[in-house]
Structures are given as C-alpha cells and as structure tokens.
Design a protein around this ligand. Structure first.
Ligand code: DON
Length: 556
C-alpha cells in the first residue's frame, strides 16, 4: 500500500514546520517504507513533528516489537545503515553468543547436530542487541527526547492494537508447526489469543518498555529486566546471565562504501555477509552482461548470469565471512575489482558451472523485518532487524513479555551443516563466547552526487542479499518506479541446493523452459518483504512489497 500525503488536514501543523525548514534547505520531502501500518504512521508522525530519520527509526523499532512480533523486537538485534548530514555510518546491534556458549554446544556425544536445538527453545537465543542499539543511535544522532520515542510502543502494548489477519495467520502457523515438531515452548501461552480485528494487549511487554523508557539501555541490561531475564534463564536451562547483559555493546562500524556505476553504495560490513555479496553481485553483473544491450528483465539469460554469480558469491560467503572482531575478513580483497574480474572469468552465457567446482576464490588465505526512512533534510536510515526465524526461539521471557531470538542458528553449528536458510559455513563462523554470528541482513543506501537515490532492504535469510541487489538493479538498470521495483518477481540461487532457482510466480514459462534445458531446477515461492524509497528527477517515491502488510508514505 502506498499513500502520498499532501492535502490531509491532520498534518497542517507539520506542514508549517516543513515549510519553515524549507527556507533553510529546499528539500522538503520525506518518506517511509515500513513493514506495517502502525510503524509507518508513528514514523511519519515523528518526521512531521520535526524529528529526523534516526528519531523515526528508533520509534518504529520499538513499535514493531509490539505490533510485528514475528520479527520486530527488543529481544533480537539488527543493523542500521545511516546517512546523516552528509556522512555515512553503520550501527551493528547484532546479538552475541552468551559467555557460556562453546563451539560444539549443539552437538551430541557422537558429534551429530542435535535437531532444532540452535533453532528453537531457550538455548537458541543469543544476547539481545536491540535496546543498546537504539540507545547508541539516539545518543549519536537523536534529536527528540528518548521517552517521546519509546512512548508510542508503550501505549500500543498497554492499550493494545488491532490484530492484522496476517499476524493471526502467522501465529496459528507457528503454534501448529511447534506442535507438529514437538517443540515445547511458551509461545502459544502469550500469543494464541491474538485474533484478527480484535485489540491485543501485552501488559508485561508494556512494563518492560516503561523501564527502557525511564532508564534507557540500563532499563534492559541492568536492574529489574536483567534480573527477570537471568532468573528465567536459570529456571529453564538457559545460559544468558547478568554479566552477558551488562557487557553487551552495540558497535559503530565503518560501512562498506564503494562506487558502482555512478552511485555510491553504502552498505553492511561484516558480520553481515550482505554488503560484500551485493557488491560482488552488482559488479560481476556489469562484467558478464553484454556490452551493448540491456538484458531483458527476468529473461533466461539475465537469470542464468545472476545465478552463476550467486554460486560464486555464496562460496565466498561460506568460507570467509565471520565476526571481524574474532576473525580477519578479507573485506577489501573480496570487493576488489581485480578479484571480482577473476571470479567472473569462469562464467559462460550458455552453460551452468558444476556446483562442486565452485570454491571460495581467495586461495591464499522467513523472519526479519526492514524499514527505510528519508527525512526532510535528506538524511536516510535503512534498518533491518530480526529475532531470526519467525517468532524467534518461540520463548517469551515470562514477566518481561518479549520474545527471545534464535540467532545462534546463524552460526555454523558444525562445518558443512546448513542452517535453516540452507547456508553453510566453516571456521570463520564457528561459535565462540561473545562472538557475533554471520548475517545476511543488508540495509543499503545508494547516493548519487551525495544525495540519496535509493534506500532498500528486506528480510528473508540468505535471500535478503538477492532481494537487495535485485531491487537495486530494478531501479537503476530497468528504471522501475518504487512499486514495480518491490513487486516484480524475483529469483534466487545460492550455490546449494544444486542448480536450484527459487522464484516468484510470474516468471515467463518459456524462460523457465530455457533455463530447465540449461540444467536448472525450480522451487516456486516468494521471499522477502522489500521496503524501498527511491528518488527520481528529484521526487521521492516509496513502496512496500504487496505480499506483506507494509505501508509506505511520502510527504511532499
Ligand atoms: O541475520 C540473518 O541473516 C538472519 N537471521 C535473518 C533472518 C531472516 O531474515 C528471517 N526472515 N525471513
């Protein structure tokens, strides 16, 4: 859904502010692309009342912890890419492994992976990073009082919000699948009563949010909330303790900034694999596509070349990416022009590379959520946040009312064993205390002549990377507007399963036939929920992918 606000009387006051600002700075437009209507409405309110993009992001993050519990969170983590006052920045508020975690913690005495233990239940949770992340973002860039930014979430938790049909559907799916798999968690106790069209309240979460509002990060990592979490852990066999919480720190990192065509791409560095991956994908595409013509969008040739690149991108991802505070990641080499040229060499327009032959190249050595914001000053936030799988570990901290993540599954629990997204990893991503697990989250901003051209991102595990680079190509290479760029069918290939292309419905049958002749097989399903803002001829455009429950708003 997309709304363009320019006549509604409810924004008259804001209009005055915007116009006043326009005297100093001619850029008076703002836009949000959000994964639900509550976060969209609150974010736009913050922007209209003079808040900047980071203020709006903080308020939205807390609202999503209430209204989009599949992924919104205070019990998870994420990444925020920021472009503020002409400077690029990146906040890593990814969860870390608890101090008592160890490399083989999900293996039995025979060295076999214990089914589901890194994915569901109390042992699947890593130390949450979201609250410290928002606190650090506020300290560095916030302009409105912290309490004002947490307040909307408190009232939605305390007074309740009207449940969207997709939320009820997801809750029922999760409860049934937990039952079918014999997973014993307290998720149903907290969420089974949420029904479409009916107000749903979360009183325990409201109290936790009030402590966060009053005491900032200490309202979560110290005092009552921390005591409730660590007691709950002790009583239920978990391993997150008071010192894990007290010592958690979100980290400001240098974002990856690279030129691609006439754009400056600002994107996620390790422990995300996404920034390196999208740059390899975009740059290698320019090396293998025909020199003189633009390939037809979603044609067999286009899909094959991008799948071939995907094989190489994911071979590197599995081998080289890890927490840069623990392993040395050859970031510069992996996005170096010469290296990417050498990787592109084996790609043929007419044949699929043998999967086993694709090795990492440096010889010597469905739930997350995303939102995009541009404020009236031209600052931008691209934020992806997660508790990992839909509704995370399925465990709610009793007495504190929030869902714990199952981010431990993003580590490589055993070399060569795939995680829930089919991603494999090795030593670089093995479990160590306090280490961050590799992520695919890729919040990205493109600038042209130092002005925001595109803000994009998506959930979807490893498919995030695909959703992001294809949304960029859709806008830049195929000149699509925001609505088209998020909704046009996408396709994904990640080296394994062998030659499998996962794709949306809507890809031409003849295209699939040609790809099948080349040797591809297919899995048809949607992935991702792209929230995108673009600027064309000076005008902002925003869109939320139609399969989600997102809402985007542009103010002119
Ligand atoms: O950080 C990651 O890459 C994953 N934990 C993201 C999970 C996700 O996108 C789930 N969404 N469908």
């Amino acid at each position: 859904m997309k709304i363009t606000l320019n006549t509604l009387c409810s924004i008259v006051i804001a209009f005055n502010l915007v116009i006043a600002n326009a005297i100093a700075e001619p850029n008076t437009q703002a836009a949000v692309a959000m994964p639900d209507s509550y976060s969209a409405d609150i974010a736009i309110d913050i922007l209209k009342s003079g808040g900047n993009a980071v203020d709006a992001a903080i308020a939205a993050q807390f609202v999503l912890a209430v209204t989009l519990p599949e992924a919104g969170n205070v019990g998870g983590g994420g990444f925020m890419t920021v472009y503020k006052d002409g400077q690029a920045d990146f906040l890593d508020y990814r969860e870390v492994a608890p101090q008592k975690a160890h490399r083989d913690m999900y293996l039995d005495e025979h060295g076999n992976v214990i089914e589901n233990q890194s994915l569901y239940g109390i042992l699947s949770s890593a130390v949450p990073g979201t609250v410290d992340g928002m606190w650090q973002a506020h300290k560095k860039y916030g302009s409105k009082p912290w309490q004002e930014l947490v307040a909307p979430a408190i009232s939605l938790a305390e007074q309740g919000f009207v449940v969207h049909p997709k939320l009820e559907e997801n809750i029922q799916w999760r409860i049934n699948s937990f039952n079918e798999e014999g997973v014993n968690v307290n998720f149903g106790k907290y969420f089974a009563s949420a029904k479409t069209g009916v107000v749903f309240k979360q009183p325990e979460l409201a109290v936790t949010l009030k402590r966060i509002s009053k005491s900032g990060r200490d309202g979560f990592y110290k005092g009552d909330t921390a005591t409730i979490i660590s007691k709950f852990m002790q009583e239920h066999g978990g391993i997150i303790g008071m010192s894990d919480l007290a010592e958690y720190k979100a980290i400001w990192r240098t974002p990856i900034q690279q030129q691609w065509r006439e754009y400056q791409v600002i994107t996620a560095p390790p422990p995300s694999s996404g920034g390196i991956a999208i740059l390899q994908w975009l740059k290698m595409y320019d090396m293998v596509k025909p020199d003189t013509t633009t390939l037809q969008h979603n044609s067999a040739q286009y899909m094959h070349l991008l799948a071939e690149i995907g094989k190489r991108v994911f071979a590197d991802r599995a081998e080289y990416i890890g927490d840069p505070d623990f392993v040395s990641v050859a970031q510069a080499q992996l996005i170096n022009e010469r290296y990417i040229t050498s990787r592109a060499k084996g790609i043929s327009a007419n044949a699929i590379s043998v999967t086993e032959s694709i090795e990492p190249g440096l010889k010597e050595s469905e739930d997350t959520t995303h939102f995009s914001i541009v404020d009236q000053w031209g600052n931008a936030v691209s934020n992806t946040t997660t508790i990992n799988y839909t509704f995370g570990s399925g465990v709610i901290v009793e007495g504190a009312g929030f869902i714990l993540n199952d981010e431990m599954d993003d580590f490589s629990v055993k070399p060569g064993v795939a995680n829930v997204y089919g991603a494999i990893g090795g030593q670089a991503n093995e479990i160590q205390p306090n280490k961050r697990m590799v992520s695919s989250m890729t919040p990205t901003i493109l600038l042209k002549d130092n002005k925001v051209k595109l803000v994009t991102g998506s959930p979807g595990g490893t498919t995030i990377i695909t959703s992001v680079y294809q949304s960029i190509l859709n806008v830049v290479e195929f000149d699509m507007n925001a609505e088209q760029a998020v909704n046009t069918p996408r396709f994904h290939h990640q080296l394994w399963p062998e030659n499998e292309i996962r794709h949306y419905s809507g890809i031409d049958k003849r295209t699939l036939d040609s790809l099948q002749k080349l040797g591809y097989n297919f899995q048809q399903s949607k992935f991702g929920d792209v929230q995108l803002i673009s600027r064309k001829d000076g005008v902002l455009d925003a869109a939320s992918e139609e399969n989600g429950r997102g809402k985007s708003i542009v103010i002119h």
